[in-house]
Design a binder for this molecule. Sequence first.
Ligand SMILES: O=C(O)CCC(=O)C(=O)O
Length: 251
Amino acid sequence: MGKKTPDPPGPPVQTRGSLRRLPAPRSPLAGNDLGYVYSPNCVPVTDRTLGFFRSNARKRGTRIFNHSEHHPVSDRRRSQWPVPSRPCPGVGALLAALAEKVEQLLPGLQPHHWVALHSEAGCQAQGAHADYDPFQAACPGVGVLFALEDDTALDVWPGSHRLDWSGAGDPSADRPPLAKRRVRLDQGDLLVFDGRLVHAGADYPHRSNVRLHCCASAPPFQVPGQTWLLLKHAPDHVRRQVPAPLPTGLQ
Ligand SMILES: O=C(O)CCC(=O)C(=O)O
C-alpha cells in the first residue's frame, strides 16, 4: 500500500463517504511585504457627513480599550459608535463608494461592521494588537481605516502580519526587531491592512479626531471575536520582534 499523503490544513468537511479538508483560506494581503495598502484621496467627505459622525460618535459611542505597555490604565478617551445599517442617504453613498474602492483594491472583499471611532483631545496611544487571530497562519480578513478629517493616524509594524505567533518552526529568533511606522492620513484617505498586522490606534494629544473603521472579508463574513494584544497574548519571540513603542514625547 502506498504512503498516505497528510491532509492539508483547514476545516474538516464531510464528502461522499470520506472526511476531507478544505484548503486553508488565503490571506488577502499575503503577498504584500508591508501588510497594508495606503490609498490617498479615495472618497470626498462633506462637512455634513463629518458633523454627523462627529456628533454621534461623541454622544453615543461606547469606550473601547485604550491602555498600553506604557499606560496600563485606560484614559477612557477612545470610543466607537456602530454605524446604523440604514444610514441617511449621504452616509449610505459614502459607505457604498468605500465598498467599491475596497473591492477594487482587494477583489472579492466586502466591508462590514462599520464603526465611527472617536478620540477626545489628549487621547493616549493604544496598546499594539492584531484584529484577527495571529495564531492562525492564514487570515480571512483585513481592517479598513478611512480618514474623515486631516491628521488621522495609525501606528503599524510593517511585516508583522507574517510573524508566526504559534511558534511552530519559528525562524524569527535572530532577526532584527520590526520598526514602528506612523501612517498619516488626510481627509478622504484610506488604509487597508492585513488582519494579522500588529497596529495600534495613535495618540491624539492636541485635537479630537473621528474616523471610520470596518472589517472586510469575503462572505460569509467573519468578525474577529477578540483583540489580540501583544502585551497579553503574544509569545516571547513575537514580543522581541515587535518592541513596545516609546511613549509620546520620547519618540
Ligand atoms: O483608534 C484607531 O484609530 C484604531 C483602533 C483599533 O485599531 C482597534 O480598536 O482595534
